[in-house]
Design a binder for this molecule. Structure first.
Ligand code: GNR
Ligand code: NI
Length: 167
């Protein structure tokens, strides 16, 4: 297991579109494990491979309080949505900022698990928010893309300053 470093906005690498995974190898399973370790350590409730500079379609989530319900989604695809809901979002790649985002309230997702088997998942509430947020990362999209340009520019400036101070 290894802890990976997380890219931060406005790093242009967060804008890359991830490629489908054609073969669920041991390497992919190891990457998923490393992403889970990185996510738990952060701590966060989800992580997309894009955030650790791997541009392949893999996300991990765990919204349980005990942090013992990891879900790995390879090549996730939303096959149905229902309703709309606004929820406050944050992002490990946009540390310290939280803004409301409106998304479908309920989703059905098709994906592949770490054994290479296809499955579907119905999600609502926080899990639905998190999966959609992670899937956005695979498209190079961030939650700040849903807020005003003014707010996004402000966040951008503050993060660049923070990153400069950290070196
Ligand atoms: O840890 C995270 N919390 C969170 C809270 C509300 C909506 C989405 C998220 S995902 C975020 C981790 C992250 O940045 N994943 O990409
Ligand atoms: Ni995020």
């Amino acid at each position: 297991m290894a802890r990976l470093s997380i890219l931060e906005f406005p790093d242009p690498r967060l804008r890359k579109i991830a490629s489908p995974i054609t073969d669920v190898t041991g390497k992919i399973a190891t990457l998923a494990d490393d992403m889970l370790e990185t996510m738990y350590a952060a701590p966060g409730i989800g992580l997309a491979a894009s955030q650790v500079n791997v541009h392949q379609r893999l996300i991990v989530v765990d919204i349980s309080n005990e942090k013992n319900e990891p879900v790995i989604l390879i090549n996730p695809k939303i096959i149905a949505t229902e309703g709309e809901r606004e929820a406050e979002e944050g992002c490990l790649s946009v540390p310290g900022f939280y803004e409301p985002v409106t998304r479908p309230a309920r989703i059905e997702v098709a994906a592949i698990n770490r054994d290479g088997e296809p499955y579907t998942l119905v999600a609502e509430g926080l899990l639905a928010v998190c999966i959609q947020h992670e899937m956005d990362h695979l498209e190079g999209r961030l939650f700040v893309d849903y807020i005003s340009n003014t707010k996004r520019q402000m966040i951008r400036k503050k993060l660049i300053k923070q990153q400069r101070q950290r070196g």
